[in-house]
Design a protein around this ligand. Sequence first.
Ligand code: A2P
Length: 294
Amino acid sequence: MIDLTLNNGVTLPAVGLGVFQSSPEDTAAAVETALRLGYRHIDTAAAYGNERQVGEGLRASGVDRDDVFLETKVWPSDYGYEKTLHAFEKATGKLGVDTLDLLILHQPVPDRFELVVDAYRALEKLYADGRVRAIGVSNFMPHHLEKLLASASVVPAVNQVELHPYFTQPAVQAANAQHGILTQAWSPIGGITFYPGWGDKRVSVMQDPTIVEIAGQHGRSPAQVMLRWGIQQGRSVIPKSTNPERIAQNFDVFDFSLSAEELARIDALDTGVRGGPDPDVPRDAFFDRVIDEA
Ligand code: A2P
């Protein structure tokens, strides 16, 4: 296992389990399996609708809560100072915990940035009160970060963004690094490039010839190569799986390494085209999505 250190000294395991698109029915089992296999970092979000099941899986695993890095996200409909403080209560209530290891704002909502600023102030308050060990953001582009930093008193510890070999976001990674913000990759094995229902012209990075070739040379899977590429470059990665074998495989990435040349070949696969939504496009629908009470 490899740990990463955040800009406030808090550490987190570089490989965590993601549960985006894990159905509530599958989530508890996936979390329990992951924790039994040695994972100690789980990433969820209010908007995934499975925080309750993450808590169930955590308790079923028998692993001490304090040994697990628990991360969740506030959805835009809960942005605002009081609303975001309450969003923390909703999240911890569902997860069945008193504190969070990392709480991040899920989207930048650039057309209503004043709400982002108020929500972030609430995160700062939760951080000052010791309710969360670190705070951060997600899907922020460099100009969103600059805008937030202009009013923030705590530099975000993490910026979680879409990041896989077909979309490596060099400008975001550079801006994060410049501010001491850890880049955390969502869809680190490129799930967004092959999820059904997201457009039929997609090319799965899992089948990319370069990735497949490097994987073959190491006797590893494409997913393992992509995860290794991420952690060797200092990123936090949170691959999603509900399949026990793939959950195990995604954690088995600590006993091989890629050469500088292999890392560069993977970097060169960047298409500059994102698979997920553009964070700069305002989406009123975000605000229609109501997050349940605990
Ligand atoms: P499943 O849950 O059935 O394993 P990402 O985290 O990059 O978005 O990718 C998640 C997608 O990749 C899911 O569809 C997941 O399906 C699949 N997946 C997870 N781990 C692996 C793996 N080791 N090999 C192939 N597919 C995987």
